[in-house]
Design a protein around this ligand. Structure first.
Ligand code: OGA
Ligand code: MN
Length: 282
């Protein structure tokens, strides 16, 4: 197994490894590379659904995604991304085509912390469809001290799709009005102990305790810092890639811009942080 780090702050790329037969020692090397690099790419895999779920489970408990209609019918813990980009009438289904677009972290609308998201590429278009990642450790570290002071102790409310409830149509009607989840804006990573910014511009509703105009202005100000960090990695997909990112300390964004009639299909798992794990790390 070979692990390359093209950027010092973000992104580790593993080659010459088969995750179906990974030893515990090699798995630990991948896990440590992931914690250090925020995004872990493993290239060149050939997996069945069972293989992908088994590998995903090595990282933690899997949780079925709140969006029920893109879950695999027989494997609720597996979401299939990119199927149905055209509706039966031939029109583009933007909720599918644009899914994952716009800087965000996954599942901040859940009260439980989502540790990682893992995608496995089954079909990739000839052009476009890259995914961007940004380190929220680096974004936090680079904040001016005055801003760090201002956001200390602040909490934010998040809901699926944020203020515009964008993509809400993907949810079943009974899931559309769930109460927001509240998380600290500056969070300390349970495993690395590093501080990061957690206020993703997409799913955030408001900062608690601030007037609406102040909250809106702070969302914009922080979004500027979060998305302009130079600690970014752009993943250009190949079929057989597995990409795992750390939702506790990264934003990501699908860039779209691929030919609508070419396929871009991924299997996806959501990996949760068990409370016991968080406590062990503390
Ligand atoms: C996701 C997501 C990005 C992409 O699966 O949560 O944002 O490029 N995906 O598909
Ligand atoms: Mn996402």
């Amino acid at each position: 197994m070979k692990i390359d780090r093209p950027h010092p702050k973000i992104g580790a790329i593993a080659n010459d490894v088969d995750v179906r037969t990974l030893s515990d020692a090699d798995w630990k090397s991948l896990y440590d590379a992931w914690l250090d690099s925020v995004v872990l790419v493993v290239r060149g895999q050939t997996l069945t659904i069972d293989d992908f779920l088994a590998y995903s489970r090595r990282f933690g408990r899997l949780k079925p995604h709140r969006v029920k209609k893109t879950r695999h019918a027989d494997y609720p813990e597996l979401t299939v991304m990119g199927l149905g980009t055209r509706k039966p009438d031939g029109k583009v289904d933007k909720t599918i085509y644009d899914r994952g677009g716009g800087w965000h972290t996954d599942s901040p609308w859940d009260t439980e912390i989502c540790k990682g998201t893992q995608l496995y590429a089954l079909a990739i278009p000839s052009i476009g469809g890259d995914t961007l990642f940004a380190s929220m450790y680096e974004a936090y570290d680079a904040l001016p001290d005055t801003l760090k002071k201002r956001i200390e102790g602040l909490k934010a409310e998040h809901a699926y799709g944020g203020r515009g409830r964008r993509g809400n149509e993907l949810l079943d009607p009974e899931d559309r009005q769930r109460p927001p989840a509240v998380h600290p804006v500056v969070r300390t990573h349970e495993e690395t102990g590093r501080k990061s910014l957690y206020a993703n511009p997409y799913h955030i509703l408001r900062f608690q305790g601030l007037a609406e105009t102040e909250s809106e202005a702070l969302i914009d100000e922080l979004a500027g810092h979060m998305t302009s960090t130079p600690a970014q990695y752009r993943h250009k997909w190949q079929v057989g890639d597995i990409v795992l990112w750390d939702n506790r300390c990264a934003l990501h964004s699908a860039t779209g811009s691929y030919p609508i009639d070419e396929k871009r299909i991924h299997w996806r798992t959501t990996i949760m942080q068990d409370p016991a794990e968080a406590q062990r790390a503390a």
